[in-house]
Design a protein around this ligand. Sequence first.
Ligand code: ATP
Ligand code: MG
Length: 327
Amino acid sequence: MNVPTGTLVPTSIAVLQREQNVPAGTLNQFCTRIQLVHSTSALHSKSESHYAAETLAPRQFMGRVIAVANQKGGVGKTTTAINLAASFAAAEVNTLLIDCDPQSNASSGLGLVKDPERISTYHLLLGAAGAEEALATTELEQLWLLPAHKNLIGANIELVEVDRREYRLRDAIAPLRDRFQYIVLDCPPALDLLTLNALVAADSVLIPMQAEYFALEGISELLDTVERIRVALNPGLEIEGVVLTMLDERTNLAQQVMAELRNFFGDKVCSTTIPRNIRLAEAPSHGKAALVYDPRSKGAESYIRLAKEIIGKHMAAAGAVPSAISA
Ligand code: ATP
Ligand code: MG
């Protein structure tokens, strides 16, 4: 999509509506709020540049790194990482999605053809390339992707002998932090060295989980890991939230699991839940985020709401016009 650089929200929406058949009104409300926040708190660059070195954003809004992690497989990590990152970008927030999983589903889900020659997370972790060289553009003007390839599986072994092996990703992306408001990391389904690198690089961890009994059991192991990382490697690591995915709210089990989670995590449970929605499952096979593939779908709308909830929380925590976004 050829959205011109630096285009403001209304123009971007007009282009989306024209070229991608996005129905009028779908993104308007969300984007208008974000724009209001930008204009009242000078969060957004006035420059024409993509990277906006002269961005006026306060430090707390720059380069927040969110790792999407859960060692359990198939819980919606990649779907969440892609669609949350796309929703940040649709709100004119410069966003980077980093694929930290050798399955490279986040890369193919955004339409990148597999290419072992392309500079990827593997090269970054091994110090064979800088983060700048690895950035790929996407269909959304303000979303960039740092792709993965299945060769990343080798990094788990190759890194064992390497100096500062847990800090490789953190060090590699340090120069990018000021250029993106959000950096989203898609983790593999394991508590391995790749996930460890992601959690050490991250400011917070967002945990997608399904409303199932076994999901609750796995969570305590993840929380132990987060605690150990906090003590030993990354004292600033926070829990961004727990988001329920593929939810069918009508079932009793879903209600019980939600109640249990709220008992345990309190307000860390995101109020936005993600319903089971076929459009979310179809979108990656077209190489698109759901908000581009079918912006009217319940799935796309729920991830837009999740992005809004997360941005709103950060704004409120920083005391920046919380009322502009909380409604
Ligand atoms: P892995 O652990 O293998 O990396 P994951 O946690 O990243 O998996 P996803 O790949 O996002 O999980 O999702 C697993 C499957 O469920 C995929 O086929 C995906 O399309 C589908 N899926 C995810 N979320 C939803 C949803 N809300 N509605 C319907 N299908 C979904
Ligand atoms: Mg995945």
